[in-house]
Design a protein around this ligand. Sequence first.
Ligand code: UDP
Ligand code: UDP
Length: 474
Amino acid sequence: AATAGDGEVDGSNAPAPHVMFIPSAGMGHLVPFFRFVSALSSRGGVRCSVVTVLPTVSAAEADHFAGLFAAFPSVHRVDLNLLPFDASAFPGADPFLLRWEALRRSAHLLGQLVAGAAPRVSAVVTDVTLASHVVPITKRLRVPCHVLFISSAAMLSLLAYFPVHLDKNGKSGVGDVVDVPGVRAVPRPCLPQPLPDLDHLFTKQFVDNGRAIVNADGILVNTFDALEPAALAALRDGTVVPGFPPVYTIGLLKSVGSHSGGEKAAAAFAAWLGEQPARSVVYVAFGNRNAVSHAQLREIAAGLEASRCRFLWVLKTTVVDREDDAEVRDVLGDEFLERVAGRGMVTKGWVDQEAVLGHPAVGLFLSHSGWNSITEAAACGVPLLAWPRGGDHRVNAMALVSGGVGAWMEHWSWDGEDRLVTRREIEEKVQEVMADATVRASAARVCEEAAMAVAEGGTSERSMQEFVSKLKAT
Ligand code: UDP
Ligand code: UDP
């Protein structure tokens, strides 16, 4: 049985509520969980346990789990041993998607962890990828279940509406567009690539989870009201799906304490960034698991060089970091590195991205538009130049443009398309957005709004208080 230590007791002498977190896999999913767990435990009055599956898929995940438990000793680790999972039925599938499936198939073990925990679990917070398995289990146990949604409210609305869309369309399947009521029409090419294939494992999970979240007791979203007003209003008033559960906006989440790993690398970059003029550096990164082809990397390298801008580039050539043994010089060549020495830094390691974006030398973020990356840029007022690669990136890019965080290259290639984005296109666009005072002013305004949302009396702070009060009432 899991025990969550003595925890804390609030002023009323009532026992502190015990929240069991059941996260999923991939840093994009874990980062918001770690940030939310640390925010909640720093507030006091709530006991937190986190279900942990070892070994993790990537080394970055293992480092960050260890960092969380070291930085927050009151957060209790609950180990889960996954059932053996035969992945041979899914040749070539994404390793993170396979881990989601393995977790889903071990869901009854999660039920035992929840039921057996001491003190009694007062609420579960789980990841969207596990929702269709965890929500029914917690219902049977009569434990309230919340989903911490790790992407945009725009994406949440698509997830919630997609099963309704399929039911309406019948045999015609996905069709050319998914028109999410009250939010936006999402054209087929902007959907996560597997969605038109209803037999794809991703699609099956997506549809099941989309149906299940309507039965959750609440959805926590890492966004804020002023950033995505239309999507949030339509979710809350039942326009997207009638009877949708309460939506708590808890963003933008930030790291609390030092548990982000990569401190040494951060120090090296901080020294270099410290020597660069304000807002002069283009930060280039495509998330924790987006491998870019060598041919495309060469175009990016040449485009950055020709732009004559300073740059810090985090490049990844494999989906799983443990499989990456190539050096930067193997990928880009010594000559390139010599030519850009001093004005360009390139690394293949883990970079504390939140710290980099918070540095005053950074003036633009060329990004795949993963939601965590967008929120980190928005929180720092750094304009984002979005080059979506797959999954939720294009839907997020729509949200980032309407939210005023940056610009989106709608016609730049997406995983699975043959076309390379040329060095010339990259050079021109980087220069253009770096010089765009309107984009910069808009990002600065979003940054101010983001700060207001989490300040005393702000929309996200009130939402967080409402959530904590609800926990204490259970
Ligand atoms: N990240 C980081 N350093 C890296 C790679 C990724 O700090 O070298 C963090 C990044 O700041 C973000 C998360 O990992 O918080 C990636 O999430 P995102 O939603 O941006 O993209 P994903 O990796 O899920 O595609
Ligand atoms: N997603 C979802 N429900 C699911 C699976 C995925 O809503 O059952 C969303 C979630 O927002 C995720 C996005 O689809 O971020 C794209 O998934 P992808 O495979 O690109 O993985 P990720 O980038 O999240 O690791």
